[in-house]
Structure formats: structure tokens, C-alpha cells
Design a protein around this ligand. Structure first.
Ligand code: ADP
Length: 399
């Protein structure tokens, strides 16, 4: 395949995001989101159009609807399903089985099913999307792109937890890491922007969105990342606690008589920025509140920034020498106050922020450090769908 149109699908439990790319130029031809799949009243919002109510009682019907929109005679971007060259799917957990995107076959589906226990909220809807598109379009090549695969290069001493070794052998308890497509993309772009081959640069990537994670990327390979067995570990997030003393869980069980499931919900849905501020999980609201003098909102921003700074220090030590730091994700790209908090006092690591450049608002790739800063700091927009389209295109081109 030298040229072609790639459909990218990101199937959540109740939503399906899609985009159509013309490859290899990566021009976006269409895109949108189908919300509340399987919830009675579903809504389809396509780029440039109003949201409309539709019927999507399940993923298969939802995908049929999306395909109908894409191939519509008047407003569609391809002539029938055969106009799509390949379909790329986001899959959250690939466990230890996948270190690269994979062309989907029966064996690959079984391997993804085996990883479902590690991501019970994410892999089953991802699989539902794959199975539905395979049934609807059996002749179109399909590719699975995993959030975990970029981190499969992390060495054993960084991915193992200091727990009884049998727990790894029996249950595969270890660090996997997530947001791999994003970390890979921004690290590669930063290396390109520095005029280096990705394999010559040591880069720390910070993906700060609703979910937040960081990666230490040495010569093009992930050597450590902040998320772990699940996306709960590491940084402070919108509603997730990130790192805590694990003994807190037992203490809460005793003090509040809370069962494990409820503690899990507390750590995943009621903690992080929301838990500390008591106001919101949205960084925009929290910054506004902090500026109005709300002390807990300010504390939330401070804890958030401090945790990122701490990981920058840790990963600088892991990498040995540092060429660049990259910010991406909704917060990383759009919150200069947070970036300033994180980077203040890091001159000893060779980072000198240019406050003017940091304040500039732009949706383009850019440098925010001064010209004489030893380490460059970049802001690079996240584009996970484009990465999936590129990976899908590459897998199909090789076949
Ligand atoms: P997701 O992880 O769901 O893809 P995003 O990458 O879109 O999320 O990031 C969402 C986060 O980005 C929210 O906390 C939101 O408040 C924050 N954000 C978006 N725009 C801004 C802004 N201008 N200033 C501060 N935070 C912002």
C-alpha cells in the first residue's frame, strides 16, 4: 500500500471516536465522536456538523453508523467501505505480548483477550470495536496499536515491583505504562526538531491531560515511565491520586470500613486535582479558583507541579544526560502557569525557561527555553489518532 485512506477507531465503553486520514500525507478528511453508545439515546458529533441524536444500541450498530457517515454519497469522504485501505484500532493493554502494533488475526484477538484482566475497563470495549469492524468489513486489513507497547523496552529493574517474585510469575504484576503512542510521538518529534536522530537523544516526555504520565526516553527507547500495572500510579491526575503509600489502603479499610472496590474508586475517581481542591478535576477551573485566592485550588496546582518536577529529577538521573523535556496533553500544551511551576529552580539540570515564550499561546510545536538553555524544553501537541494512522499505514505497507 503506497497511498490510501486509513480509518482510526478508538472504542471506549460508551463512546467511539473516529478519524479518516489520507496517507501518507496525514491529512484529516473526517472525524467525530459517537457518545452514549448502548445507553438508549446516542449522539453523533461529526467535525463541522451539529450533534445529532442517533440509534446505537451497541458498538456494531455504532460502527455501521460511522461507516455510513463516512461513505455518504453527498457528504462522505470515501466511496463505499472499499475506499478504506485499512483500519487502525487503539488498544489500551497489550501486556507483555506486544512491543509493536500488530496486524489483527484470530490469534491477536485471543492475545488481546488474555490482557483484558489487566485493563478490565478498557480492553473489552476496544475488543468489541475490533470484532464489530472485522465482522462488518472482513476484507479490510485491521491493525491494533497498543498504549503499552512503546514501554516494553523498559528494563527489568525498572518494571519489576519489589513484591514476592511469584506474583509476577503467576499474575504478571509489573509496570507496563500507558500513553505509549503519545510519548513515542513527542520524543521522536523533539529529536527531529533538535536535528538529531531519535537514537542520539535523551528526552523526558510529560503527557499531562486528564490522565498524566511521564517517560524517560533514552536513545529512542522508553527506559522508565510513571504509570504502572494500571494507569493509577505516578503523577497527580484529574481524579486519580498517583503515587501514595500503599499502607494507606489498609488504613482506610480499617478506619472507614471501606471494601477494596470502594477504595479503588476513591483513588481513581475522587482523588487527584478533584480530591485536593474539592472544586473540580479540570485544571482550567482550578487555576481560575487559585487566582481568586482559593487555597485548596492553589495547593492542588502545587502538588501537581511538584510531583512532575520530582519525576523530572528522577528521570534526569536515570538518563544520565538530558537533551530535552517535552510537554504535551491538554495541561502540558495549554497551561503556562503549571509549566512555570514545574520548571522553576531547575537551572542546575540545565533548564532555563524563557518566560515570554512560555506565555505565548499557540497550538504549534515550539521551544519555551532561552536560546542558551543547555536542555531545550518543547511543547508538542499530542495527536494520538495521527500516530495510530501512521503505525497502521506502516504495518500495512510492510505486508
Ligand atoms: P484527555 O487525557 O482526556 O485526552 P486532555 O489532554 O484534553 O485530556 O486534557 C484535559 C486537561 O487539560 C483538563 O484538565 C483541562 O482542564 C486541561 N486544559 C485544557 N485547556 C487548558 C488551558 N487552557 N489551561 C489549563 N488547562 C487546560
Amino acid at each position: 500500500m503506497d497511498r490510501g485512506k486509513i480509518l482510526v477507531i478508538n472504542c471506549g465503553s460508551s463512546s467511539i471516536k473516529y478519524r479518516v486520514y489520507d496517507m501518507p500525507g496525514e491529512t484529516v478528511l473526517a472525524g467525530g465522536i459517537l457518545e452514549k453508545v448502548g445507553e438508549g439515546r446516542s449522539f453523533l458529533a461529526c467535525r463541522g456538523n451539529e450533534k445529532t441524536e442517533v440509534s446505537a444500541p451497541g458498538h456494531e450498530q455504532g460502527l455501521k453508523l460511522i461507516m455510513k457517515t463516512i461513505t455518504d454519497e453527498k457528504t462522505g469522504v470515501v466511496k463505499g467501505p472499499s475506499g478504506i485501505s485499512a483500519i487502525g484500532h487503539r488498544v489500551v493493554h497489550g501486556g507483555e505480548s506486544f512491543s509493536a502494533p500488530a496486524r489483527i488475526t484470530g490469534d491477536i484477538i485471543r492475545a488481546i483477550e488474555e490482557c483484558s484482566g489487566l485493563a478490565p475497563l478498557h480492553n473489552p470495549p476496544n475488543l468489541a470495536g475490533i470484532k464489530a469492524t472485522m465482522a462488518l468489513f472482513p476484507n479490510i486489513p485491521q491493525v491494533a496499536c497498543f498504549d503499552t507497547s512503546f514501554h516494553q523496552t523498559i528494563p527489568e529493574h525498572a518494571y519489576m515491583y519489589a513484591l514476592p517474585y511469584e506474583l509476577y510469575e503467576k499474575f504478571k504484576i509489573r509496570r507496563y505504562g500507558f500513553h505509549g503512542t503519545s510519548h513515542h510521538h513527542v520524543a521522536r518529534r523533539a529529536a527531529e526538531l533538535m536535528g538529531k536522530d531519535g537514537y542520539e537523544a535523551n528526552i523526558i516526555t510529560c503527557h499531562l491531560g486528564n490522565g498524566c504520565s511521564m517517560a524517560a526516553v533514552k536513545e529512542g527507547k522508553s527506559v522508565d515511565t510513571s504509570m504502572g500495572l494500571t494507569p493509577l500510579e505516578g503523577l497527580v491526575m484529574g481524579t486519580r491520586s498517583g503515587d501514595i503509600d500503599p499502607a494507606i489502603i489498609v488504613y482506610l479499610e480499617e478506619k472507614l470500613g471501606m471494601p477494596g472496590k470502594e477504595i479503588n474508586a476513591l483513588l481513581n475517581r475522587k482523588s487527584g486535582l478533584l480530591g485536593i481542591s474539592g472544586t473540580s478535576n479540570d485544571m482550567r477551573t482550578i487555576i481560575e479558583e487559585a487566582e481568586k485566592g482559593n487555597a485548596r485550588a492553589k495547593l492542588a496546582v502545587d502538588i501537581f507541579s511538584y510531583r512532575v518536577k520530582k519525576y523530572i529529577g528522577a528521570y534526569a538521573a536515570v538518563l544520565g544526560s538530558l537533551d530535552a523535556v517535552v510537554f504535551t496533553g491538554g495541561i502540558g500544551e495549554n497551561a503556562p502557569t503549571v509549566r512555570k511551576n514545574i520548571l522553576s529552580g531547575l537551572q542546575s539540570l540545565g533548564i532555563t525557561l524563557d518566560t515570554g515564550k512560555n506565555e505565548e499561546s499557540s497550538n504549534k510545536e515550539r521551544v519555551i527555553t532561552s536560546d542558551d538553555s543547555k536542555v531545550q524544553v518543547f511543547v508538542i501537541p499530542a495527536d494520538e489518532e495521527a500516530c495510530i494512522a501512521r503505525d497502521t499505514y506502516e504495518v500495512c505497507r510492510k505486508d
